[in-house]
Design a protein around this ligand. Structure first.
Ligand SMILES: Nc1ncnc2c1ncn2[C@@H]1O[C@H](COP(=O)(O)OP(=O)(O)OP(=O)(O)O)[C@@H](O)[C@H]1O
Ligand SMILES: [Mg+2]
Length: 236
C-alpha cells in the first residue's frame, strides 16, 4: 500500500507565558495513513485530538516530529517544516479540513463559499457553480439559504456548509473534526454517503469522532488518545 501520511513523534505544547507553564497538546504521536484509508481518532475531551489535525493542516506549528506527506505538487514534504506558501497551495488543492468550530466568512453567500473552493483550484466558474449546487443539494441545505449569508445559520446548517466546502474539492486528504456533531440522523446519513463516495474516488481521511457507532461504520482502523498520547485501537 502507498503511504500518504507518515507521522513520527509529533509533539505540540503550548507555552502560557503569564503562568510560566506548559500545556500538553499532544506528544509522541506516530502513525501512518495509507492512500485511500480512513483512520478514526477517539478520546476524551482535551486529549489532544484536534491538535493533531491542526498540526497537519498547520494552523498549529508542531514543536517536534515529522509529518511526511506525499504531495501531488511537491512530492514528499514534511508539513511540520514546510514553507507557508507551500502550505497555502497544499490547502488550496490537496488537503481539506472541516473544523470543530465553525467559522464563516462574512458577506459571502453559502453558494459562493462552496463555489469559491473550486474556483481557487482553477475550475471554470460555471462548472464550479454546478458542482457546488450538487454538493449543497446532497447535504440538503435548503435552497432558500443558498444565496443567504451563513452567519445566521444554525449549527447544523453551518456544519453541512463546511462539509460541502471541504468535500466538493474531492481532496487527496480530508481532515474531519467531529463531522457529525449536532446533525440529525438524515444529515448523518448524507455525511456517511459522501464519505463513502470520496473514499471510492481515492480520498484518504482522518476523522475525530465521539459517535462511535458512526465511526465504526466508516473507518478502516481506529486510535484512541489519552492525555496527548495515541494508543492503537481495534482494527475494523
Ligand atoms: N491554542 C491553544 N493554546 C493553549 N492550549 C491549547 C490550545 N489548543 C489546545 N490547547 C490545549 O491542548 C489540549 C488538547 O486540546 P485539543 O483541542 O487537541 O483537545 P481535543 O481532544 O480535541 O478535545 P475536544 O474533544 O474537547 O475537542 C487541551 O488541554 C487544550 O486546552
Ligand atoms: Mg477537539
Amino acid at each position: 500500500m502507498t503511504q500518504l501520511l507518515e507521522i513520527a513523534n509529533l509533539k505540540k505544547t503550548f507555552k502560557m507565558h503569564h503562568f510560566d507553564k506548559e500545556i500538553m497538546g499532544c506528544s509522541n504521536v506516530s502513525f501512518t495513513l495509507n492512500q485511500g484509508e480512513f483512520i478514526g481518532i477517539t478520546g476524551k475531551s482535551g486529549a489532544g485530538k484536534s491538535t493533531i489535525l491542526r498540526c497537519i493542516y498547520r494552523t498549529y506549528v508542531p514543536m517536534g516530529g515529522n509529518i511526511l506527506y506525499s504531495s501531488d505538487q511537491y512530492g514528499k514534504i514534511d508539513l511540520a517544516q514546510a514553507q507557508e506558501r507551500e502550505m497555502l497551495a497544499i490547502r488550496r488543492n490537496e488537503i481539506g479540513y472541516v473544523s470543530q468550530f465553525l467559522r464563516v466568512m462574512p458577506r459571502i453567500t453559502a453558494l459562493e463559499v462552496v463555489q469559491n473552493a473550486l474556483v481557487e483550484m482553477g475550475y471554470p466558474k460555471e462548472k464550479a457553480e454546478s458542482e457546488a449546487k450538487n454538493m449543497l443539494s446532497h447535504f440538503q441545505l435548503a435552497k432558500s439559504l443558498w444565496n443567504a449569508y451563513p452567519q445566521t445559520f444554525s449549527g447544523g446548517e453551518k456544519l453541512r456548509l463546511n462539509l460541502a466546502q471541504a468535500m466538493v474539492k474531492k481532496p487527496k486528504l480530508l481532515l474531519l473534526d467531529e463531522p457529525t456533531a449536532s446533525l440529525d440522523d438524515v444529515s448523518k446519513q448524507s455525511v456517511k454517503e459522501m464519505i463513502k463516495q470520496l473514499k471510492e474516488e481515492g480520498t484518504s481521511m482522518l476523522g475525530i469522532f465521539h459517535d462511535l457507532t458512526f465511526m465504526e461504520s466508516v473507518v478502516d482502523q481506529h486510535y484512541n488518545m489519552k492525555e496527548g498520547m495515541m494508543q492503537e485501537g481495534v482494527k475494523a
